[in-house]
Design a protein around this ligand. Sequence first.
Ligand code: SAM
Length: 187
Amino acid sequence: MAVLTHLLFLAVRILAFPLYLLNFLGLWNGICKQIPYFLVRFISMYHKQMASHKRELFSSLQEHASPSGELSLLELGCGTGANFRFYPPGCRVTCVDPNPNFEKFLIKSIAENRHVQFERFVVAAGEDMHPVADGSMDVVVCTLVLCSVENQERILQEACRVLRGGGKFFFCFKLNVSLPGIWKFFY
Ligand SMILES: C[S@@+](CC[C@H](N)C(=O)[O-])C[C@H]1O[C@@H](n2cnc3c(N)ncnc32)[C@H](O)[C@@H]1O
């Protein structure tokens, strides 16, 4: 089994070699701008598979509103804003993503999901969300992100920092691929 695991790792490293090479040659940033377009295609397939799970996951969001009845939600690693349709009406959404190229897709999602109240898009990695104030969120949502970040622990610390006392962290992830540094190319 250990030999098979090593062989699989080797195969993945060989397949990933062109990415490391493009990055070394300084060509990867241009390609990175196209990633949101690929993600839109991928997300539509993934959403078909995940829609019922997400509907169930997010069905209790409104229960975590503040005593005033308002729900402030931070979406960490928002991507194209594909989760907006699952959020309750009136929910105030702050988006965080390190890739600024998602902004135009977010604008489209906002236009398609008028039931949510979009607050702002913060271009930052989840490991350092300093533009977001301490204790300012009722809920942090993080879907399909934690499997591909550099420092999960730091992200969880930041999520705790921005959540108010008693706030909730909603998350799900699907992929379990750990090849150090590889995912940073995609985001
Ligand atoms: C697979 S997409 C998931 C998008 C969205 N959450 C969803 O479920 O449709 C992963 C997202 O995580 C973002 N991301 C990658 N590294 C991140 C980090 N360190 N902190 C926050 N977001 C990150 C990427 O830019 C991308 O938008």
